[in-house]
Design a protein around this ligand. Structure first.
Ligand code: HEM
Length: 418
């Protein structure tokens, strides 16, 4: 029996789930995924149906082919981003302690068009490629500082020393938040990473904490605007109305969950590949102009986010019956390793004819931070390759992964001649 055909470990299944689409896969705890994430993704592409329903984590669909993910992402009328029904929201609120302050919502990712557009527009303006390029030299200075500090050690956990702190500091810089609060932010990121089952109650508490640590700065920039994103967002309007404190808290939690975890794990996947391929390090050191292309192919080869959806109305999708209310995961890692879209998907190939991956999603919710993420990743690879001699995985250390909505290595021990 292949790893892709394990026995069902959980309970019942709804009547509309046929044997043909039933498959046992726990996106949070699947042992093979936690051992070697993208080897397991390939295994699923080969051995699981392209669209399957798994009983784990409350039961949900997994869309794993490129075609299915692409189409569902562009059809918000059928596949909604509104994750909770009104009744579920009431239940979560009822479980909160009495007197609990308002829970911010990660807007606009939880909204569908047309409402979604009104809340995406202010962010779109602030996250323009031009605005992100202006951050370039600050991001490079941060990368250099972190890499030089790590370099002295000769052996280090790249995730702890660089991949985790770098996006946090970029976030503080971009938002004009005080650098002294760096540790508070890192602790929040750690809490987010640790809550693997991501229960609704935990997520709500974390959102409130993020809004709380930003509160004073939000108030200050409203009253004393500066040249930063918080001040800019205060100046935008939504439906013609000035931005409110609630809107600002919503944006803050969205950018926190969307920007910190993702970049960090993207760095982990990319640097792990480089550590395993000294010949690629050599090629990129000799020709750094290839780094942007390599960064894209690394994003495709190791696509790592799994955005959720909810079926908005009964539908038959690619011949599969789905019911309103069913939960769906867009398995982007599977889509970017689909042999029908990318021939020999497992090979890292800088010469690919089609390298248009969907690591940043597709459709109305396509990542707003992709320009920033690309800048962070490219600068990281440039400075790491430029400053460290050949690096490889530290002997005796194994790599294991966390699963869930953002898949990535937990630790990444590297070694080099110090
Ligand atoms: C390599 C790093 C990143 C990856 C792989 C990534 C991936 C994604 C994906 C797949 C989506 C679509 C989610 C969906 O369809 O529901 C998304 C949305 C989003 N991302 Fe990113 N992201 C990254 C970095 C960032 C950064 C650095 C920021 C900003 C600080 C950011 C901000 C956003 C926002 C605001 C959305 C929601 C857009 C909307 O709902 O209209 N992301 N991201």
């Amino acid at each position: 029996m292949s790893t892709a055909q394990q026995a069902d470990a959980t309970g019942s299944r709804p009547a509309h789930i046929t044997d043909a689409v039933y498959f046992d896969f726990d996106m949070f705890k699947d042992p093979a995924l936690l051992e070697d994430a993208h080897a397991r993704v390939m295994d699923l592409r080969r051995n699981a149906p392209p669209i399957f329903w798994t009983p784990h984590n409350g039961g949900h669909w997994m869309l794993a082919s490129h075609k299915a993910v692409y189409e569902a992402s562009r059809d918000p009328e059928t596949f909604s981003n509104g994750m909770m029904s009104r009744e579920e929201m009431m239940k979560v609120m009822a479980a909160m302690p009495a007197g609990m302050p308002r829970i911010p919502q990660p807007v606009p990712i939880v909204l569908d068009p047309p409402e979604h557009g009104a809340f995406r527009a202010p962010l779109q303006a602030t996250f323009s490629p031009k605005a992100m390029i202006a951050l370039n030299s600050k991001i490079r200075a941060l990368a250099i500082e972190l890499i030089e500090a790590m370099k002295l050690k000769g052996t280090a956990d790249f995730m702890k020393d660089v991949a985790e702190p770098m996006p946090v500091q970029v976030f503080l810089e971009m938002f004009g938040l005080p650098l002294e609060r760096r540790d508070e932010y890192r602790r929040l990121v750690e809490a987010q990473m640790a809550s693997l089952d991501r229960s609704q109650g935990d997520a709500a508490m974390r959102f409130r904490q993020v809004a709380d640590v930003m509160h004073d700065t939000l108030v200050d920039r409203r009253d004393n605007p500066r040249d930063d994103i918080i001040s800019l967002l205060w100046k935008t309007t939504i439906h013609g109305n000035p931005t409110t404190m609630e809107d600002m808290e919503n944006f803050a939690v969205l950018l926190f969950i969307a920007g910190l975890d993702t970049v960090m794990n993207g760095m982990g996947h990319g640097v792990l590949h480089l550590a395993r391929h000294p010949e690629l390090q050599q090629q990129l050191r000799a020709n750094p102009k290839l780094i942007p292309e390599a960064a894209e192919e690394l994003l495709r080869r190791y696509t790592f986010t799994v955005p959720p959806r909810r079926v908005a109305k009964d539908t038959v999708f690619h011949g599969v019956e789905m019911k309103a209310g069913d939960r769906v995961m867009l398995f982007l890692p599977g889509a970017d390793l689909d042999a029908d879209e990318f021939p020999e998907p497992e090979s890292f190939n800088l010469e690919r004819e089609n390298n248009v991956h969907i690591a940043f999603g597709v459709g109305p919710h396509r990542c707003l931070g992709s320009h920033l993420a690309r800048i962070e990743l490219q600068i990281l690879y440039e400075e790491l390759l430029g400053r460290l001699p050949e690096f490889r995985l530290a002997p005796g250390k194994t790599v294991n992964y966390h699963g869930g909505h953002v898949i990535g290595p937990n630790e990444l021990w590297l070694t080099w001649e110090a």
